[in-house]
Ligand binder design. Structure first.
Ligand code: UDX
Length: 453
């Protein structure tokens, strides 16, 4: 079976490389010729564990190809995946599918025989129907089935999530298209992993509903954390206490600086706006979106409180800039909200991230970078842990105590061993637990970050 993937972004490249590794003949198309040249040379433009190896291996065995001309990969394809970007379009949060439409218009005249066209990009509910109409008029003689095949990959574990997913969702209206898609996922289904075949709208909704539910879980536990701080509880224990209830589940209950990344913020907003277009209000998810946006800014107050409410003479060390560990992605990262605010308020901001610093240098102004964590912490009054990189957990308490000017860590990921650090004279201010430093809930007590509320 011949597979073509349009778009070598994060989703397209992972899917293309993994299908090639399953043994299918895969061609990935990208308009960007320099990217195609780099990929042919084995250079993977994103940081994703395991991906470089698979791209190398499948190019060497002849299963994976990269081209920039549609003509070279569309006519013979049995399945074409559209995996181009669908960024947020407007204030309302709807997804911009112009790249999906442009790709469809370009490929339509080149179709031959029976072809399944599957959307892997996260597209607004109803896009499948719209593409159906597009192909009926742009390729009236071709035998085409439009399928929705959403991806549930996490950055940093995308290859594993592709090969060992919890489930595969195929939204198809025609039986032949469902069978073709199922054949592609046979290596996964053979391992007992459920492959759900549903109608197209159900698949489109499932993608948004999954991400919106997980994002809402995070927004919820973050507000429980605020309550714990006032009432004297510990959010980590509350998460255990509720998460052991199998109806709730123990994942995505880590309180932190708010959800970021390329999916949750975008997909929650698109879920709300897609629903509104159909006259349905998503009050729960709307509330999660607003709570999350406010949180990213109001946690700046937590840092100020750690310096007696005034950062103007303080040197702040920011540890971690990526939206989560395992990626260099800054999209919608809490750092994008917090770092500029810290630069505005503090005497000096230094930052460190094990992989995101090259991207950060093009993003932030007024920030100094420490090549090493020690350099970043040297002389700092307060260190703020923004990203849950495991290496920060391993920091030597003696080094921390000896390097910083005032020994305070604001641990927005609750990842440090507070008892050991405190035994070495380093105070740790966490999330959702009683603090040694007086840390009132910022949005009720301060003017900071009100723009976001
Ligand atoms: C997410 C979905 O998990 C994935 O299925 C979908 O395909 C794309 O979006 P990703 O954005 O890579 O994946 O990251 P994820 O690991 O889900 O984390 C998203 C955000 O939530 C991060 O900012 C993370 O720090 C935050 N998070 C996650 C929490 O704050 N607490 C948690 O308990 C879990």
């Amino acid at each position: 079976m011949k597979v073509t993937v349009i778009g070598t972004g994060y989703v397209g490249l992972v899917a293309g490389a993994c299908f090639a590794d399953f043994g299918f003949d895969v061609t990935c198309i990208d308009k960007d010729e320099s990217k195609v040249a780099a990929l042919r040379a084995g250079t993977v433009p994103i940081y994703e564990p395991g991906l470089t190896e698979i791209v190398g291996r499948t190019q060497t065995n002849g299963n994976l190809h990269f081209v920039s001309a549609y003509q070279d990969a569309i006519p013979n394809a049995d399945v074409i995946f559209i995996a181009v970007g669908t960024p947020t379009k407007d204030e309302g949060g709807s997804a911009d599918i112009s790249a999906v439409i442009a790709a469809s218009e370009e490929l339509a005249p080149l179709l031959r025989g029976c072809t399944v066209i599957a959307t892997k990009s996260t597209v607004p509910i109803g896009t499948g129907q719209r593409l159906d109409a597009l192909f009926r008029s742009a390729a009236p003689d071709a035998d085409v089935a439009i399928v929705s095949n959403p991806e549930f990959l996490r950055e940093g574990s995308a290859v594993r999530d592709f090969v060992e997913p919890d489930r595969v969702v195929i939204g198809a209206e025609a039986d032949w298209a469902a069978s073709t898609m199922r054949a592609l996922y046979r290596p996964i289904e053979d391992r007992g992993i459920p492959v759900l075949v549903v109608d197209r709208a159900t698949a489109e909704i499932s993608k948004y509903a999954a991400n919106s539910f997980l994002a809402t879980k995070i927004a919820f536990i973050n507000e429980v954390a605020d309550l714990c701080e006032q009432a004297g509880g510990d959010v980590r224990s509350v998460a255990d206490a509720i998460g052991l209830d199998t109806r709730i589940g123990n994942q995505f209950l880590k309180a932190g600086p708010g959800f970021g990344g390329s999916c949750f913020p975008k997909d929650t907003r698109a879920f709300v706006s897609s629903s509104e277009r159909l006259g349905i209000r998503q009050r729960v998810v709307s509330a999660a979106v607003h709570a999350n946006e406010a949180r990213k800014l109001h946690l700046v107050q937590r840092v100020a409180d750690a310096c007696d409410g005034d950062l103007s003479n303080a040197r702040v060390a920011v540890l971690g800039l990526a939206f989560k560990a395992g990626t260099d992605d800054l999209r919608e990262s809490p750092s994008l909200f917090m770092v500029p605010e810290l630069v505005r308020l503090a005497d000096e901001v230094r930052a460190h991230d094990p992989v995101a610093m090259p991207v950060a240098r093009d993003t932030f102004t007024g920030v100094h970078y420490g090549e090493t964590v020690d350099e970043c912490l040297d002389g700092a009054d307060v260190a703020v842990i923004l990203t849950d990189w495991p290496e920060y957990r391993e920091l030597d308490p003696k080094m921390l105590a000896g390097t910083m000017r005032r020994n305070v860590i604001v641990d927005l990921r609750n990842m440090m061993d507070a008892d050991t650090l405190e035994a070495h004279g380093v105070s740790v201010v966490g999330i959702g637990r009683r603090e040694p430093v007086d840390a009132p809930v910022a949005h009720e007590t301060s003017g900071l970050g009100q723009a976001a509320e």
